[in-house]
Write a protein that binds this ligand. Structure first.
Ligand code: ACO
Length: 311
C-alpha cells in the first residue's frame, strides 16, 4: 500500500534483474505472464499431435526413435511451462480445463495437418526454427521461472531444428519424388511458420507493455525478420525454394524483404477455424479423459500415504 512493492519491482526491471514468485508484482504483469506462459505450455502439448501422427509410420527404426524422443521432449516442455505458470498462482487443472474446452489459446501453427513424412522435416526446420528465434530472447525474460525454463527448452529445440533440417536434406538428396515431397511440404509450412511470431507490430496489443516489462525483448516483426534472414541461406543449402515471389535482398536495409502474409487466414485459425483446430482440441480432450484412471490412482495413493502418515 505504501508503493514500496511497485518501486522495488520497477527497480528490478530497470536493472535487468529477475522477478521471483515471492516478489511483489503488478496484477497486470502477473496476468500477462499467466496468459503467455499457459498459451506457450498449451502449444507444446497440442504440438505433440501433428508429429505423433507419424510415429507409427516413420520410415526407419532410427527415425522412429528420434521422433518419439522429440515428441516426448515437447511433453516435457509443456510440463515445465505449466509449472512456471503455477508459480504465479494459477492451478494446472484450470489450465487443462481451458484447453480441452477450447477456451485457451495455443499457437496457430499446430492447427495445420501433416499429410507427408516431409512435414516432419518442415516442422523441425521451420516451426522449431521459428520457435528458437522467438524463444532465445525469452531466456532473458524478467520473470525468473519462465526465463530459466526457456534455457533448457531452447537447447532441446535446437536439436529438434537440426533433425528437421536433416530430414529435408536427405529427401532433397533423394529421388525426384522425394525432392518434390520436400518442396511441397516447405510450400505448405513456410507462411504459417512466419505467422507464429504473431500479428504485425501495429496490430499487436500486448507487445508494447510486454517489452516495457522485459518479458518480450523484441517485437513480433523484428523476430519475423530475423527468422527470414536466417532461413534464406539454409534454404539454399537444402536446395528448396521459399514460396514467396517478393522475397529479395534489400541492400539498403541489410535484410531480406518479404511479401505480406495472409492475415485473414491467421485470424481464421485463431478463431478456431483452421484446418485442424477441431481435431486437435477433441484429441486432447479424449486423451485427458482416458487418463482419468491414472489421476484417480495417484489421488488414492496420495490419500493412503497421508492417512498412513497420520496413524
Ligand atoms: N498463434 C496463436 N495466437 C497468437 C499467435 C499465434 N501464432 N500470435 C499471437 N497470438 C495471439 C496472442 O496470444 C494474443 O492473444 P491474447 O491477448 O488473447 O492472449 C493476440 O494474438 C495478439 O498478439 P500479441 O499482442 O502480439 O501477443 P503477445 O505479445 O503475447 O505475442 C507471441 C505473441 C509472440 C506468440 C508471444 O506470446 C510469445 O512469444 N509467446 C511464447 C512463445 C510461444 O507461445 N510459442 C508457442 C509456439 S512454439 C512451440 O511451441 C514449439
Amino acid at each position: 500500500p505504501d508503493g514500496s512493492g511497485q518501486r522495488r519491482f520497477d527497480e528490478l526491471i530497470a536493472t535487468d534483474s529477475r522477478i521471483e514468485p515471492s516478489d511483489w508484482m503488478p496484477a497486470a504483469y502477473r496476468k500477462t505472464l499467466v496468459r503467455q506462459i499457459s498459451q506457450h505450455a498449451n502449444s507444446e502439448i497440442i504440438g505433440m499431435q501433428p508429429e505423433g501422427n507419424w510415429i507409427t509410420r516413420a520410415p526407419s527404426l532410427k527415425r522412429k526413435a528420434i521422433l518419439m524422443a522429440k515428441v516426448q521432449d515437447e511433453a516435457g516442455h509443456g510440463l515445465y511451462l505449466y509449472s512456471a505458470a503455477q508459480t504465479l498462482g494459477t492451478d494446472r487443472d484450470t489450465m487443462f480445463e481451458n484447453l480441452i474446452t477450447g477456451k485457451a489459446k495455443y499457437s496457430s501453427i499446430f492447427n495445420y495437418t501433416t499429410p507427408t513424412w516431409a512435414d516432419m522435416g518442415s516442422i523441425g526446420w521451420l516451426v522449431d526454427g521459428a520457435a528458437i528465434c522467438n524463444q532465445v530472447p525469452l531466456c532473458r525474460a524478467s520473470y525468473g521461472p519462465y526465463g530459466r525454463a526457456m534455457v533448457r527448452i531452447c537447447k532441446e529445440e535446437s536439436f529438434h531444428q537440426r533433425q528437421g533440417f536433416e530430414i529435408l536434406l536427405e529427401l532433397m538428396r533423394g529421388t525426384p519424388a522425394q525432392q518434390q515431397m520436400a518442396q511441397e511440404s516447405v510450400n505448405r509450412w513456410y507462411a504459417p511458420a512466419l505467422m507464429m511470431f504473431g500479428p504485425p507490430d501495429a496490430d499487436s496489443p500486448n507487445s508494447q507493455q510486454s517489452m516495457a516489462w522485459k518479458i518480450k525483448r523484441f517485437s513480433n516483426d523484428e523476430l519475423r525478420q530475423r527468422f527470414v534472414d536466417m532461413l534464406v541461406p539454409q534454404a539454399e543449402i537444402l536446395g528448396v525454394t521459399l514460396p514467396d515471389p517478393d522475397l529479395k535482398w534489400n541492400e539498403e536495409r541489410g535484410h531480406y524483404d518479404f511479401g505480406e502474409l495472409d492475415w485473414a487466414e491467421f485470424t481464421e485459425v485463431l478463431a478456431g477455424r483452421g484446418p485442424a483446430n477441431a481435431i486437435r482440441v477433441s484429441r486432447r480432450r479424449t486423451a485427458h479423459e482416458n487418463g482419468e484412471w491414472v489421476r484417480a490412482a495417484a489421488r488414492a495413493y496420495a490419500d493412503k500415504q497421508s492417512a498412513d502418515g497420520q496413524s
